[in-house]
Design a protein around this ligand. Sequence first.
Ligand SMILES: Cc1cc2nc3c(=O)[nH]c(=O)nc-3n(C[C@H](O)[C@H](O)[C@H](O)COP(=O)(O)OP(=O)(O)OC[C@H]3O[C@@H](n4cnc5c(N)ncnc54)[C@H](O)[C@@H]3O)c2cc1C
Length: 382
Amino acid sequence: MVNTVDYIIAGGGISGLLLANEMANSSWFDNKQILIIDQFVKSTNDRTICYWSKDQLAPDYVSKSWKHFNFYNYEGEHKLLDTDPYEYCMIRSADFYNHVHYKIDQKSNITLITDKIIDLVEMDDGMVLKTEESNSYKCKHLFKSFITDELDFTKDHHVLQHFKGIFIETEESCFDPNHIHFMDFRTDQSPGTCFFYVLPTSDRHALVELAVFSDEVWEDINYDKTIEAYISAHLTQSKYSIQETEFGVIPMTTYNFSAHDTKRITNIGTSGGTVKPSSGYSYTRSLRHCKAICQALISGKEPQIAQRIFSKKYKWFDQVFLNVILSNKLSGAEVFDQLFAGTKAERILSFLNEDLSLLEDIAILKSPKKVPFIRAALEEIF
Ligand SMILES: Cc1cc2nc3c(=O)[nH]c(=O)nc-3n(C[C@H](O)[C@H](O)[C@H](O)COP(=O)(O)OP(=O)(O)OC[C@H]3O[C@@H](n4cnc5c(N)ncnc54)[C@H](O)[C@@H]3O)c2cc1C
């Protein structure tokens, strides 16, 4: 028997649950049947999601936020920056999953099931999905948050951002819980752009995360050695224990993911191109995308038009940024150093968050080393 619903959200990870949350928030969806299918029960803390926010009121699932950050360039020069009006917000994914699961439990029209989708068939009047447990589901429209097609990145800028983070507990007090390290380049830059985040949640607890831009993921031991060396050189000599670890690989690319949308499928999350090509951040873009999808549906429009919120201007800036780094006009460390050298923190954060006007954006690019950016900009035009 085929179970028929209005919408299926394939994948109940971050973007799938952001969309479900937005749908649960609007009474317009109350008479729509919505099914979320994920292959796993998502309840553990499998990732820490951070984002910059100007909102006065953070959602309940934000576990900590900060208003000051340290930037260190590769030569060890340091700046302590005030993030006002932004805050850097941290979400432990387990809190987010639990928050949305609880909310959709209260909605009789939204159902979450655990099963693996193994086949998708597009018909004239809808989509049919088959699952590993031999169930079939049909919907008018599918929101898909995992990649099913072969992707060919050869015509686009593309590099992997891979990262490993460890939550540590130190024996001695050694962190200032009010200050994060947001980009610390004091580590070997020869394997590619490498930098650290340090997010202290108390004077003895912090997430220390190493992020690398390169074509190949490293062997696990190399992340561990690099993190260990960084902690002892720059954070503390105190003994520490590792309480949790996390690992991720994100595509930083100008690839047009929305080309895989069809009449019946809207891709969301990473597979919907919400990872910002120049930074790897996706939470804010994913949230904006999900809000725009709901707005389109409520206005009787096709949900695919929500892609229009990703402005061409920022696509072009991302192209220029990746061009500069991937063609070695400047290293990633030099690019961020230039950005932080010439501009107020508020401007940089607005730029990274895609909140600026065109004139303000252009002002950002007036960094001391203009030539590599101008060359890259010209290459991206012609
Ligand atoms: C460790 C880590 C840290 C990150 N930190 C940040 C950060 O600080 N800030 C930020 O903005 N971004 C961050 N990201 C990037 C990005 O926000 C996350 O990857 C985010 O989870 C992407 O959301 P998504 O919905 O696209 O994918 P996911 O959250 O991975 O969701 C996809 C879901 O699809 C399910 N699925 C896959 N195949 C099937 C199938 N066949 N059938 C059924 N279900 C299926 C999966 O189980 C999964 O739950 C991080 C990523 C990782 C991995």
